[in-house]
Design a protein around this ligand. Sequence first.
Ligand code: HEC
Length: 172
Amino acid sequence: MRNFVQGIVFALIALSIGGWVYLRLGFADLRAKAVPSWFESEISLTALYAAAARHAPAVHNPIQATEANLLNGARLYRDKCADCHGRPDNPLSDYGASFYPPAPQFMKVRPGLPDRENFYIIKNGVRRSAMPAWGNIMADSEIWEVVLFLTHLDGLPPAVDRELHKPALSSP
Ligand code: HEC
């Protein structure tokens, strides 16, 4: 039993040193240009969605789905998010696709998470990705407005759709 435990400890130390040497000698591929494998995407998205489900506040979106609120959400999305996540006249953003992992393109595939989890991800960002922590920049009420907009993408009032087509007013 003692030898077995010693063997495991030795293997763990050898693996750690081997891993460090591998990184230190520059073998790791850290290019953002590469395309993540299916396996890596599955693992990281599973972890991201599970963390969002666990940590997101257990509340409903406090913002009502009125045209005025959807307009605010559309403006915020157009000005702060569309460069990476796409807009109607640029539905597949080359810029967003150039990150590792790439930014999901919401004009093509709608965000599928519940509001509270979208809120959590938008507010806190995603570590080691290009997704910023918008809680440092936007008020909670603005984040809920953009979440509202994202979940109504398929049924936007014409005035909101028109707003989305206008040029962005400012970058983040
Ligand atoms: C500079 C690029 C960039 C900007 C700007 C940006 N995002 Fe992201 N976003 C990303 C990337 C990259 C991911 C993917 C992270 C991952 O898969 O780990 C992401 C992921 C997300 C997700 C999770 C989607 C899912 O279901 O997997 C949501 C929701 C989101 N962003 C919303 C927003 C909103 C809303 C804004 C604007 C307030 C915004 N993002 C601005 C790059 C960006």
